[in-house]
Design a protein around this ligand. Structure first.
Ligand code: ATP
Ligand code: MG
Length: 263
């Protein structure tokens, strides 16, 4: 069996912290000595601009080095990898063309498994310890592809009333994916943008702790303006401001994810 572990970051709720978590966990893994490949699966390009300025991101988006080209032509993903500038951390950028990926997938043979097949050789080579995939806030054929290509799903959740709304749909979607990919496991729920001053946060925390069938990661990430500054500087906070509160929290969350997510 391949030693590469593939983890999807998914939640149909927009703005739940998927991209921030994916970029920081990936960067933290690389800082801990792992070889990591990130895949930006979202047409918003947020994972891509976590590492590059807009000009560079558009160059990838308009050129050949992006996930859309690879999936549309059903190519081995190794040819689409670029370096992030952080040691041990590579990325396959995205493009706004991903807006038509559902349409492109529709006509394909075994359309839920296209990404999985494109990843086969990268996995078989075993160079990467982890491949982390950032998902868009949808539950369609493309996110089903992401699920079916993954060993685990991490669900970032904002501890707010609307943050929990729709979580049941997310679990139902994971169950559907398991029909096609039986080894897929929900690794856990990661709370993001936590505000401990709010009573509602503690209420939500209790609700999530009591939820059956899914692990709630002990380490959560609190609201921190260092995250926004880091994103403005095209670097994950764990690399941009190592001593910030959120950098330490993301480092701890990463260690917890690595402890459980190891195939
Ligand atoms: N811990 C945090 N503290 C402060 N701001 C945060 C934190 N985590 C994320 N954010 C901000 O919240 C917003 C949403 O985060 P992010 O883009 O990671 O969510 P997402 O789930 O990927 O969104 P989408 O569904 O649009 O892809 C971003 O503007 C980000 O800067
Ligand atoms: Mg995102």
């Amino acid at each position: 069996m391949s030693k590469t572990t593939v983890i999807a970051f998914a939640n149909n709720k927009g703005g739940s912290g998927k991209t921030t978590t994916c970029s920081n966990v990936g960067c933290a893994m690389a800082m801990l000595g792992k070889k990591v490949l990130l895949i930006d699966g979202d047409m918003q390009l947020n994972l891509t601009i976590s590492f590059f300025d807009e000009e560079k991101a558009y160059e990838y988006a308009q050129g050949e080095k992006n996930i859309y080209r690879a999936i549309k032509d059903e190519r081995d993903l190794s040819d689409y990898v670029v370096e992030t500038g952080i040691e041990g951390l590579d990325i396959i950028p995205s493009t706004s063309l991903m807006s038509s990926i559902e349409f492109d997938l529709f006509a394909k043979w075994q359309r839920e498994s296209v990404l999985k097949k494109c990843l086969e050789r990268v996995r078989a080579r075993g160079y990467y310890d982890y491949i982390l995939i950032d998902s868009p806030p949808t539950l369609g054929g493309w996110v089903m592809n992401i699920m079916c290509a993954s060993d685990y799903v991490v669900i970032p959740v904002e501890a707010s009333p609307w943050g929990l709304f729709g979580l049941a749909n997310m679990f139902e979607f994971c169950n559907q994916a398991k029909n096609i990919a039986p080894k897929l496991e929900v690794l856990g729920i990661a709370i993001t943008k936590a505000d401990e001053r709010k009573k509602y946060f503690h209420q939500t925390l209790e609700t999530l702790k009591e939820m059956e069938g899914a692990r709630l990661f002990e380490n959560y990430v609190r609201v921190d303006s260092a995250i926004e500054w880091s994103q403005d500087n095209s670097k994950p906070v764990v690399a941009f401001k190592k001593n910030s509160r959120s950098a330490k929290e993301y480092m701890n969350l990463t260690k917890e994810i690595m402890q459980y997510g190891n195939r």
